[in-house]
Write a protein that binds this ligand. Structure first.
Ligand SMILES: *Cc1c(COP(=O)(O)O)cnc(C)c1O
Length: 405
C-alpha cells in the first residue's frame, strides 16, 4: 500500500474542508455519530420539514380546514412543487406535476406513451430495471396487447436497428439502482427518436444527484420518486414530466377529476385539462406534499454542477479507498470507474454482503444490500462527507480478512 490509512484520513479532512457545499449539511438533521450512506433509498430528514409539517397540520388543516385548498394554495401545490422539481431536472415550468407513487405514475405514463404510437407493438425496457418498473411494463403491455423486449441500454442502438419501426416506447432508468451506472439519456433518446419511438425515463436514482437536462435532451416522459436524493420523506409523492410538445395529444388511462379541464363543474364526462394538469389524478397526499416542498428548500441556491462535482468527489474517493484498503478481501467494485458513467452511489460485490451490511449498521454505518451479493452506498453531496466514505471503508476492512496469495 503506497498510501497509509492515516494519509487517507488527512486527504478526507482536506477534501471536506475544501468542499464548497459543506454548508448544506446543516440543512439536514443527521443523527449524531451516524454515518448515513443510504440516502439513495430514504433521504435524511431536512431541517426545514418539522416546522413546515407542524404548520400544515395545526394551522392550515387544524384552523383553515376546507378553505386551505385555495387560501393556502393546496390546489396548486402539485404544479408549484412540480416546477420546483422541474428546475432540478432541466425542465422549464409547466411540464412537471407531483402526486401519487412512482408505480402509479409509471402505469399512467407508460400507457399514455404507448398510445402515442398506436401502430407499433414493441416496448423496449431494461432487463435490470427496478422490479416495479418491470412489473408495470409487463402489465401495460398485457393491457394494450404489446410485446416486451428486454434490452440493456448499451444495446438499444442495435435493437432499434432490428425492430425499430415496431417500437412504440423505450422505458429505462437514468441510473441503475443496483450498480449505480449512469446511462446516456441523450444518446438513447436520440436513437429512440430516429426510430420514431418515445422515451419514458425513470429518474428515481438520478434526480437531485446528477444534473439532468430533460428539455434540452428532448426526453418525452419521465417519472421519479422524491424520497431518495430529494429527501422528501417516506412515501412522499412522485412526479411526472411530460414534454410540452406532447401535452395536447397525450391521453392517460387514469382520468381522475383533478386532471379534468373544469374539475369543479362536476361534469358527467371527462375532458382532459390543458397542459401538464391533465397528468393529475385525484387528491394528492397534502401533508407529504407540503413536507416535500419544505425538503426541497435544501436545494436553494445550490448549483447543480457543483453538486455533481461534489458527488463525484465522494464516490471517486470511496472507490479509491476501497482499492487501497480492501485489496485481497473479496470485494469487487460493481460501479463504473469512469465518472461520466456513474450516478451518486457505489456498489460493491462481496459474497458475505448479507453479513456485512448488518455488521456495519451495528457500527452506526448505514448502507444497504441488494440481491444477490451487492452492498450499496449512496452519497448525497448535500450532506455526506469524505470522512463518511472513509469510515465505511475502514469498517469493511475491519470486518473482513485479507487473503494473501
Ligand atoms: C425507488 C424506485 C421506485 C419506487 O417506486 P414506488 O412506487 O415509489 O415504490 C421505482 N422505480 C425505481 C427505478 C426506483 O429506484
Amino acid at each position: 500500500m503506497d498510501v497509509t490509512p492515516g494519509e487517507l484520513a488527512e486527504r478526507a479532512a482536506k477534501l471536506d474542508a475544501l468542499n464548497p457545499l459543506a454548508h448544506t449539511r446543516d440543512r439536514f438533521l443527521i443523527p449524531p455519530d451516524l454515518v448515513y450512506l443510504d440516502g439513495n433509498s430514504l433521504g435524511v430528514l431536512p431541517a426545514a420539514v418539522p416546522a413546515a409539517l407542524e404548520d400544515a397540520v395545526r394551522r392550515q388543516w387544524g384552523r383553515g380546514l376546507i378553505s386551505s385548498w385555495f387560501d393556502e394554495g393546496w390546489w396548486d401545490a402539485p404544479l408549484r412543487i412540480g416546477d420546483r422539481i422541474g428546475a432540478l431536472l432541466g425542465a422549464a415550468p409547466g411540464q412537471v406535476v407531483t402526486g401519487d407513487s412512482t408505480s402509479v405514475q409509471l402505469f399512467n405514463t407508460l400507457t399514455a406513451a404507448a398510445r402515442l404510437r398506436p401502430d407499433r407493438r414493441v416496448l423496449l425496457t431494461d432487463p435490470g430495471h427496478f422490479p416495479t418498473d418491470a412489473y408495470l411494463t409487463d402489465s401495460v403491455a398485457q393491457l394494450l396487447g404489446l410485446e416486451v423486449r428486454r434490452v440493456p441500454a448499451s444495446q438499444v442502438g442495435a435493437a432499434l436497428g432490428e425492430y425499430g419501426r415496431d417500437v412504440c416506447v423505450l422505458s429505462y432508468p437514468a441510473v441503475d439502482y443496483r450498480t449505480g451506472e449512469l446511462w446516456d439519456l441523450s444518446a438513447v433518446t436520440r436513437a429512440a427518436h430516429e426510430a420514431g419511438a418515445v422515451t419514458v425515463w425513470d429518474l428515481c436514482h438520478a434526480a437531485g444527484a446528477v444534473p439532468l437536462a430533460l428539455d434540452e435532451t428532448g426526453v418525452d416522459f419521465a417519472v421519479g420518486c422524491t424520497y431518495k436524493y430529494l429527501s422528501g420523506g417516506p412515501g412522499s409523492p412522485a412526479y411526472v414530466y411530460i414534454a410540452r410538445r406532447h401535452h395536447a395529444d397525450v391521453r392517460h388511462p387514469l382520468t381522475g377529476w383533478h386532471g379534468h379541464a373544469d374539475p369543479f363543474a362536476m361534469q358527467d364526462a371527462y375532458t382532459a385539462a390543458e397542459g401538464i394538469s391533465r397528468a393529475r389524478i385525484g387528491c394528492p397526499p397534502m401533508l407529504s406534499l407540503l413536507a416535500l416542498e419544505a425538503a426541497l428548500t435544501a436545494f436553494d441556491g445550490v448549483d447543480l454542477r457543483e453538486l455533481r462535482s461534489a458527488g463525484l468527489s465522494l464516490t471517486s474517493f470511496f472507490i479509491e479507498a476501497c482499492d487501497l484498503l480492501l485489496a485481497g478481501r473479496g470485494f469487487e467494485v460493481a460501479t463504473p470507474r469512469a465518472a461520466s458513467r456513474r450516478g451518486s452511489q457505489v456498489a460493491l460485490r462481496h459474497r458475505d454482503a448479507a453479513r456485512l451490511v448488518p455488521e456495519l449498521a451495528r457500527r452506526r454505518i448505514v448502507g444497504d444490500k441488494r440481491e444477490p451479493d451487492i452492498l450499496r452506498f449512496g452519497f448525497n453531496a448535500l450532506y455526506n462527507t469524505h470522512a463518511d466514505a472513509l469510515a465505511a471503508v475502514n469498517a469493511l476492512r475491519e470486518l473482513t480478512i485479507a487473503v494473501t496469495a
